[in-house]
Write a protein that binds this ligand. Structure first.
Ligand SMILES: [Zn+2]
Length: 207
């Protein structure tokens, strides 16, 4: 990716992005690219919304990326004209060169909606499109088969710091979450003979 890329990342919830592509975001920012993330819902499932928002701000500050928060109904995100109009505006305001969103192999209903939103928003555009890997912990899902790997070894500390910002979720899910993320990143790293990598699925690549 070129140094002056404009990267838009779509996600349903806070903490959906950093475990999947916090390393790539850190690398992109370091290379002088702009990264804007758009979070569509703030869950209210045992942890107050303001805590979730605070953690999100903290994480994006660590990564130094731009942030848009929408307050759609969490757990009940609906694919309809209203949501596409919102997403189109986010896309058209930023005019990204690269668009990332979650995989179609997800198991959470909100994630699946964001996957569809991403494909719709990316229509008729000259934008590179990628899916980031399935979100952990996601339970059993179809195998995510990345076909683009990024060496993030140099940025692993910052990635871990950005995930650590979500202390309420680490408390809720347990430290196993962090270990699983690291194991997956090491596994993707082994695919390209480096310590840690992130894996993505190319949907549309323009050269
Ligand atoms: Zn999520």
């Amino acid at each position: 990716m070129k140094n002056n890329s404009k990267v838009l990342v779509l996600a349903a919830h806070p903490d959906d992005i950093e475990p999947q592509m916090g390393g790539l975001i850190a690398q992109l920012i370091d290379n002088g690219s702009r990264v804007r993330i758009a979070i569509f819902t703030i869950p209210n499932d045992g942890c107050p919304k303001d805590v979730r928002v605070e953690e999100l701000f903290h994480s994006t500050k660590i990564l130094n990326c731009e942030l848009i928060i929408r307050n759609e109904e969490s757990g009940n995100l609906k694919l309809n004209q209203k949501l596409i109009t919102i997403a189109d505006k986010i896309f058209n305001d930023f005019k990204p060169t690269h668009l990332f969103f979650c995989s179609k192999d997800e198991t959470h209903q909100d994630h699946l909606v964001i996957n569809q939103v991403g494909h719709i928003v990316g229509r008729k555009t000259n934008c590179n499109i990628f899916e980031y890997s399935t979100i952990l912990p996601g339970g059993f899902s179809k195998e995510f088969n990345p076909n683009w790997f990024v060496d993030i070894t140099k940025f692993y500390t910052r990635k871990k710091e950005s995930i650590a910002a979500y202390s309420s979720q680490i408390k809720k899910i347990g430290k196993k979450w962090l270990r699983d993320i690291e194991k997956r990143d090491a596994y993707y790293g082994s695919k390209i003979n480096v310590k840690y990598a992130e894996g993505f699925k190319i949907i549309k690549l323009i050269t």
